[in-house]
Design a binder for this molecule. Structure first.
Ligand code: B3K
Ligand code: ZN
Length: 876
């Protein structure tokens, strides 16, 4: 693939007015007729050819206004169809016939088959695998779609928009026609055909439109779609109440399929989902699964306005729809559940996924300026950091002006394909604020570092904060300008109350938001009666790293008294991280391992504090991961030492807290039927966190085995199995439990994915052989993305000691898998390869092995653009 540059953007020469598609579906020989009505854009040279995108297409017909185009006037290459001699001003119709083989389409882009269902995935550039087309998001058109198929094999024929009608064709086939009145880009096109069961419901919009809701799943799985339907209705209502957005068609459909490259896709009126994010019942889904379903159903629905009605001018603007829509789904989940616990989970995710990306060779701005393969830019930076940037706009403007800006965005740009600049301009217009410096968040990669130091002057009763910001260099961006960082902050006094300064100089402050805009700023707070304890970055108001020397006593004060609950968690988590880093260093040097009493006291006090909600307490008890510790250390990492240090800290907490944990296991148990609501999930989470420590403190598998036997829902069952497998991998009890779990759920692939993932994350060097063996298990399927992600992906992403073996075998294994997967499904291969994005921060023996493995991939023949783009950036 060629490198595409943002600065090269220009509109198409021809305007697409209408699209008429007819599909004659067949597993190996699907015929697609595309009738496209264009006119030459004003001012475009009359000799300019029409250039359409294509990818692996076989064309069998090409007409201009129903007449064959002579061979001399067109040229079809691998990537394009170029037609010359077209009318100067009058509209004309191009008819293209292509023939496809959905059954052998293993890339899962374009039209493919999954479990006998025809389905499409077009974002970002999949539509060009269906027909030649101006396949770019700024080409918006109205589509009519006719689908013809065998009636027995595909009784159900779906596409975007509203159903127009259909009929039997008398020859065993039937057809259906769909019309989508909303102009849309090709990436939002969808077609689904097959034999599926359906769950139906209705929704009445605020203005009285009746919408039919349908969720299609494999026959027999209908009961497992009930929660998704409930989440959909709640999302529709919430978007009306909070963003004033109503649905705009008579029907909204979701189809769950079992082979899908990502989570889900927001095609207009016809969302297609990975079935993992639709299907749930207590026996087979964990609380995390329920929460993910709620969030993703909402996310795709919210795209109807942020993405579909207002779309991206080009793919550089991806965060325009993704960052904003993630922000919207985060807010939705916060309103449905506990806002604080949701925020903690978001920040943990951001730090464990986005921060490493931003600190490594794959770092890129939220709004990149060039790409080789756009599929590689559906990243946590574009999504999650993009969401944080939107959140910061809301923090800077305040609730009302943010709402005003959003309303203006919807009003100004409905029906358009726009840019980040257009988006930001709406907030500037609504608030009168200049967001030029703030916009650097879109353009500068890297996680800013804020270093703070404070001094108290008792005589003057002033507290002086010296703040310094820097943004680390990232690929192709060495020098960075200072950013506008909205830092929420509180100054706590010894008695736990908050100081209210009589004056502040050196920075703009609105409410508790301190606006950091200079490289160095000295802020003086007056009227502070005693030495204050600063609590920085409340609610994680800015996605930054913050360095401030703060003793355990001060952190404990924050953990006890902060009014911002997120900051309480943050104080304990930071204290834990400091200890874990220290313990890792001790393990590395072969010294005795220590754990501070202040940490143990803080964790146990929070765990036992009944005024705090259980979900929050479970977050306090869950220590930073090995990857979190590695990120904090930053370089020359030894995963074995990190793990040894972490285990020593866990053991110390488990020993000191044995009574607290045993009591929590008892007191947090639930009776009555399973309920997936946030409160019940929180109790299960706290109980399971406590159980982990109980099992950790014991060298016999008995307690975990009992928990496994007693579990009556998947959250508890899979947690107990994880405890058994991770703590006692070779015990007979573990072997039995793994076997019984497998037997019980052998016909449910999504549950078997958990079985694969639990085993893939067993710590230690021996797990690689286990993973290899599991790849030959009859329940494994190397063609199914969910299976591959659960076993190979989980091993590489989430098993620090197993994957990063000192002998390099883990990397060689992964390299081999990447090449194997790449031959079938490049997107999947490239995604899993990003698990090595932090390879340079390993100690030199491991990083040497990692480099060789990456070089092996880079040197392989026939690499896809997806994988070669990632591997080359990683080696640069
Ligand atoms: N927009 C899709 C992601 C498409 C990924 C293409 N490689 C799902 C989402 O973000 O909602
Ligand atoms: Zn999205």
């Amino acid at each position: 693939g060629q490198i595409v540059h943002l600065e090269d953007y220009r509109p198409t020469d021809f305007v697409l007015e209408r699209v008429d598609l007819t599909f004659e579906l067949d597993p190996r020989e699907t015929k697609v007729e595309a009738r496209l009505i264009f006119h030459r854009r004003e001012g475009v040279s009359p000799s300019a050819p029409l250039v359409l995108d294509g990818d692996e297409l076989t064309m069998t017909g090409l007409l201009l206004d129903q007449v064959d185009i002579p061979a001399a006037l067109y040229e079809a290459t691998d990537e394009a169809l170029i037609i010359r001699g077209l009318p100067e001003t009058a509209p004309f119709e191009i008819t293209i016939t292509t023939v496809l083989s959905p059954e052998t389409n293993t890339k899962l882009m374009g039209l493919y088959r999954t479990s006998n269902v025809y389905c499409t995935q077009c974002e970002a550039e999949g539509f060009r695998r269906i027909t030649y087309f101006p396949d770019r998001p700024d080409v918006l058109a109205v589509y009519t779609v006719n689908i013809i198929a065998d009636k027995a094999a595909a009784p159900l024929l779906l596409s975007n928009g509203n159903y127009l009608g259909g009929a039997d064709m008398g020859d065993g086939r039937h057809f259906a026609s769909w019309f989508d009145p909303h102009p849309k880009p090709s990436y939002l096109f969808a077609l689904v055909a097959g034999d599926l069961g359906v769950v139906e419901d209705r929704f009445t919009t605020a203005s009285g439109r009746e919408v039919a809701l349908k969720i299609y799943v494999e026959h027999g799985k209908e009961p497992r779609a009930a929660y998704a339907m409930d989440a959909l209705k709640r999302a529709m209502k919430w978007d009306e109440e909070v963003f004033g957005r109503e649905y705009d068609l008579d029907i909204f459909m979701i189809v769950a399929v079992s082979d899908f490259n990502m989570g889900a896709m927001e095609n207009k009126g016809l969302n297609v989902f990975n079935d993992k994010y639709v299907l749930a019942d207590p026996e087979t889904a964990t609380d995390t699964d329920y929460a993910n379903i709620e969030a993703i159903i909402a996310h795709e629905y919210f795209h109807n306005w942020t993405g579909n009605r207002i779309t991206c001018r080009d793919w550089f603007q991806l965060c325009l729809k993704e960052g904003l829509t993630v922000y919207r789904d985060h807010e939705f989940s916060a309103d449905m559940r506990s806002r604080t616990v949701k925020r903690i989970a978001e920040v943990r995710h951001l730090k464990s996924e986005q921060f490493p990306e931003d600190a490594g060779p794959l770092a890129h701005p939220v709004r990149p300026t060039k790409y080789r393969e756009i599929n590689n830019f559906y990243t946590t930076t574009v999504y999650e950091k993009g969401s944080e940037v939107t959140r910061m706009i809301a923090t800077i403007l305040g609730r009302d002006l943010f709402k005003k800006g959003m309303d203006l965005y919807f009003e100004r740009h409905d029906g358009q394909a726009v840019t980040i600049e257009d988006f930001v301009a709406c907030f500037e217009a609504a608030s009168g604020r200049d967001l030029a410096q703030f916009s650097l968040w879109y353009h500068q990669a890297g996680t800013p570092l804020v270093t703070a130091s404070g001094s108290y002057d008792a005589g003057k009763q002033t507290y002086t904060l010296s703040l310094e910001q820097s943004v680390p260099p990232t690929p192709e961006q060495s020098a960075k300008a200072p950013m506008h960082i909205p830092l929420r902050l509180g100054l706590l006094l010894e008695d736990g109350t908050e100081a209210t300064p009589t004056a502040v100089s050196g920075a703009d402050i609105t409410g508790d938001v301190l606006h950091l805009t200079e490289r160095k700023q000295t802020v003086v707070f007056s009227g502070i009666p005693s030495r204050p304890v600063p609590s920085f970055n409340r609610g994680f108001s800015a996605p930054i790293n913050l360095h401030f020397e703060q003793g355990a006593r001060d952190r404990a004060l924050i953990a006890r008294h902060e009014t911002d609950l997120f900051a309480r968690w943050q104080a304990l988590n930071t204290m834990a991280l400091d200890n874990l880093v220290k313990a890792a260093a001790e393990a590395r040097r072969g010294q005795p391992l220590t754990c501070d009493d202040a940490l143990i006291d803080g964790l146990l006090a929070a765990a036992a504090e009944d005024r705090l909600e259980p979900a929050f307490r479970s977050q306090v008890l869950s220590l930073p991961s090995e990857a979190d510790i590695a990120r904090e250390i930053g370089s020359n990492n030894d995963p074995d030492a990190i793990q040894a240090g972490r285990q020593a800290v866990l053991a110390a907490i488990a020993a000191a807290g044995s009574n607290t944990f045993a009591q929590l296991v008892d007191r947090m148990s639930l009776s009555g039927p399973f309920r997936p609501d946030a409160e019940s999930a929180g109790r299960r989470a706290l109980r399971n966190a406590a159980l982990s420590y109980v099992v950790y403190a014991d060298d016999r598998p008995e307690k975990a085995t009992n928990a496994f036997r007693a579990a009556n829902n998947m959250t508890d069952l899979s947690h107990a199995l994880t405890l058994l497998a991770h703590r006692f991998p070779d015990a007979d009890e573990t072997v039995d439990a793994l076997a019984s779990f497998k037997k019980r759920f052998a016909d449910n692939a999504l549950v078997i994915d958990k079985w694969f993932a639990i085993q893939a994350t067993i710590p230690g060097a021996a797990t690689l052989d286990r993973v290899r063996a599991l790849m030959s298990d009859p329940l494994f399927n190397a063609n199914n993305p969910n299976r591959v992600r659960s076993l190979v992906g989980t091993f590489a992403f989430a098993n620090a000691t197993g994957f990063n073996r000192a002998d390099g075998e883990g990397y060689r294994f992964l390299a081999h898998q990447i090449l194997d997967i790449d031959a079938r499904n490049p997107q999947l291969a490239a995604r899993i390869l990003t698990s090595m994005r932090s390879w340079r921060s390993l100690e030199k023996v491991r990083s040497g092995h990692a480099r060789s493995a990456l070089e092996g991939i880079a040197g392989a023949a026939n690499l896809s653009a997806d994988v070669s783009d990632i591997v080359e950036r990683m080696l640069k």
